[in-house]
Design a protein around this ligand. Sequence first.
Ligand code: M6R
Length: 609
Amino acid sequence: MCGIFGYIGDKICLPYIVSGLEKLEYRGYDSAGVAYIDNEGNLEIRKVVGKVQNLKEILDLSVNSFIGIGHTRWATHGGITQQNAHPHVDCQGNIAVVHNGIIENYKELKDYLIKRGHIFRSQTDTEVVPHLLEDLIDNEGLELEYAITNIFSKLNGSFALLIMDKRRPNVLYALRKQSPLIVGFGNKENFVASDIPALGEYTDKFYYLKDNQMAKVTRDEIRIWDSNVKKYIEINPIKIPQERIRAEKNGYPHFMLKEIFEQPLVVRRIITELERDPSGSFEIKDIINCDIPWHKVEKIFIVACGTSYHAGYYTKFSWEEELPYWVEVELASQVHHRNLRIPDNTVFVTISQSGETADVISTLRKVKEKGYKVLSLVNNPQSTVARESDYFINLRAGIEIGVAATKTFMAELVYLDLLKEYIKYKLFNEKVNLEKWVLLPTYLENYLTNIKDLVFDIAKKYYNKKNFLYLARGRNFPLALEGALKLKEISYVHAEGIPAGEMKHGPIALLDPETPVFGIVYQDDTYTKMLNNLEEAKARKAPIIALGNENDRKLENLVDDLIPIPSIDPFYYPYLGTVVLQLFAYYVADLLGREIDQPRNLAKSVTVE
Ligand code: M6R
């Protein structure tokens, strides 16, 4: 969480910093701020509560300054106030720092620094950094760069830091430990940012800092210092074509809506990227060298958070049905608190859109330490999860800007299902008929076009309700959880996904005419029991919306609003159902006038535990 951006070069810096921060706003938007060194050598700080737009309103973007750093905050330590907004400075106002992450030992450091006479102005953990540097420079006589490299060993926790000192106006320092940070190479200008979309407009050449590395960034060069070997090292920057980085709304009012409608394209891309073999098998390119002995595996342990967890949970059912494994799914944040007693022949599968979710990373490290193999699905091949896993599959969904995950969920569902087929082929030499997947993008495309108006009309009917219950059974239940999560995170309406069989054990008490039930009622093994559960809800006068098969007259007569799924192979139901759940949440949030792409209190990647 939090976005940071730095510029040094031959152009006026503030327009770059502000535009970079706008592209990083999905990481947090509680407050925003910049620090820059002007032509007279003054260190100027401007910060505001709220979004980058508020910052823009108080800034003179044309000010003569060629070096600066900026921050958009998701508050962890210290309330949402101007004082707590970054950048933070030392007592004398020489050093400015922006930070993403959590400095876990900040209390001890703060006490120590206060005893040494430092005066703190905020409640943040971050502020210890400029004071610590000041202390190392002024009281211990260290040179700036030496002091900066020194702090790797003094700070516990996670950090991406950008540091600037007005006494050295030609250099920016960027440090990374467990929080993402990327440097971008320009011509007579260089950049630093938390994520790549902020840089795509200016360069296609990047280096992802690794843990315990520091970048020394000047106008003309970027050098990387590695604290493991305590010296500058050679690096190979990577080239990423601009079209893969830049995200535009392309005429859609929100990124989320654009991303919902982009899903057919994402699936098409995934299918095209498979290496198909005329003999009836296929390879997933990214794991072509994967040497997991699938025959020996006993257990698959899927770990993820939020929407990615729902994708894993959905997958559990079909994997358990079709593969000879015991499949367990757990929230990464819960794994910490478990004493895992698991068979040696367990493969961990982690799923993460960002590849930077702190809980996923810590689980990954914990299980790797114990010697388990980890296969990950991530949408960012440069991310920590991708780099630290034994194998990873790139979700190929393209950059997702909306805080609510949509197209990456679709990509996760598709890849997890393909992975199951791939393992089946490895185990049983079963031929794979990919035709079903080949048709999926077209089904999705047609369905999105045909269903959107109906979903909008239903959203219009219910958008002012305060509580929704999403009901489903068996394999459809994770989709109910996902539908409820989508609705609550962008509309702030309370919604719960409940296994329909659990209703009578308590939640049915919630039902009344003001509490709509959203049922997922496909004609599968859950059908009859789902109908009974909806009857029970109807008897309590709850309005009922159902996602079900077209031509299902029984269901149509029972519910208030039926959103029909076409009579095609049930293989397609979860994918088509998913877009309905996404659209419903989107339209409700839009009708309520919510900030859909940047819902309150949330950030796109959750980089703190
Ligand atoms: O980047 P990740 O997939 O690891 O993120 C996990 C969750 O933070 C994420 O899915 C979150 O729940 C989304 N806001 C859901 O739309």
